[in-house]
Write a protein that binds this ligand. Structure first.
Ligand code: 13P
Length: 334
């Protein structure tokens, strides 16, 4: 795979006014989302729900790609069209989550490292054959008393870089995601410092592993105070801090940065993205790769009447895509 092809895919993922919908919840994570609205976590319900999201009419107006879970990339629409094939035919780039989740990091109390490198080359080959053109790996950095440690930041950056190099070898654009969690009572300055150290370590590791940044997308968390912090930040404070942190750590050659929503409300996730884009003069497109902030309203509606509300839930998905697509241009009006 040439770097030109990887770069072309990466640029298409962050095309002007478009972003990504993350629907790559593992079976245990979707169980929690379904339980929250009283839906039984069966394979057919998961398939039907992912079909609702992926077949939203005109989704590609504002959505460039979707991240799937291993089970989902092997599933089809009720008419028997494999999801990845349906997506490609409808202007949505298929993506796949390839990490195997977080595990306790030995010797580092309360910290996590993401696993999944063993056998990854073979899995990537299969995902490419199934139609995937980009792949996501999520690392988790927790803020707490005396954490994160340098050990945790470096172990996760190293794993992210090893996975990214393997992706590029197999023709998939890596979407590297070092998520600094919002859990905790830390202030916005602490989140800034941790995010800065995490991104510095990540880009150092990507360089060490010969990852080509022109064919890489960063999935970042925003610089926000912890959920339990008494002093919450304004939309403009979050936008300023996040953009400053990214500008000081992320090389300009990167084709684009997309954000996770991480537990923010739909409104906050959109307002923050919009405010960042209104700052202007950014070295890269800033867009979204939201999971919850794209889906939660639709999931709630669907849960009230799985058949009757199918189309209504799809309009909600489209509305969220539109709001976030406008925010990616700094043109959302609230
Ligand atoms: P949220 O937007 O719900 O945080 O999910 C995005 C994601 O893919 C996290 O890995």
């Amino acid at each position: 795979m040439s770097i030109e092809q990887l770069a072309e895919t990466a640029q298409a993922m962050v095309a002007a006014g478009k972003g990504i919908i993350a629907i790559d919840e593992s079976t245990s994570t979707i169980a929690k989302r379904f339980a929250g609205v009283g839906i039984e976590n069966t394979e057919e319900n998961r398939r039907a729900y992912r079909e609702l999201l992926l077949t939203t009419p005109k989704l590609s107006d504002y959505i460039s790609g979707a991240i799937l879970f291993d089970e989902t990339i092997r599933q089809s629409t009720k008419d028997g069209v494999p999801f990845a094939k349906y997506m490609a035919a409808n202007g949505i780039i298929p993506g796949i989550k390839v990490d195997k989740g977080t595990h306790a990091l030995a010797g580092c109390q309360g910290e996590l490292v993401t696993e999944g490198l063993d056998g990854l080359r073979e899995r990537l080959k299969e995902y490419y054959a199934l139609g995937a053109r980009f792949a996501k790996w999520r690392a988790v950095i927790t803020i707490g008393d005396d954490i994160p440690s340098g050990t945790c930041i470096e172990a996760n950056a190293h794993a992210l870089a090893r996975y990214a190099a393997l992706c590029q070898e197999q023709g998939l654009v890596p979407m590297v995601e070092p998520e600094v969690l919002m859990d905790g009572s830390h202030d916005i300055e602490t989140c800034y410092e941790v995010t800065e150290a995490t991104l510095r370590s990540l880009f150092g590791a990507l360089y060490e592993q010969n990852v080509m940044l022109e064919g890489t997308i960063l999935k970042a968390s925003m610089v926000v105070p912890g959920k339990d912090c008494e002093e919450q930040a304004s939309v403009d404070e979050v936008a300023d801090a996040t953009v400053m942190c990214l500008k000081s750590t992320v090389p300009a050659i990167l084709p684009g940065i997309v954000f996770l929503s991480g537990g923010q409300s739909d409104e906050d996730a959109t307002a923050h993205l919009n405010a960042m884009n209104q700052l202007g003069n950014l070295p890269w497109p800033l867009s979204f790769s939201y999971g919850r902030a794209m889906q939660q309203a639709a999931l709630k509606l669907w849960s009230q009447d799985l058949k009757g509300n199918f189309a209504k839930a799809q309009s909600t998905v489209y509305a969220r895509a539109k709001d976030n697509g406008l925010a990616a241009l700094g043109k959302w009006e609230g």
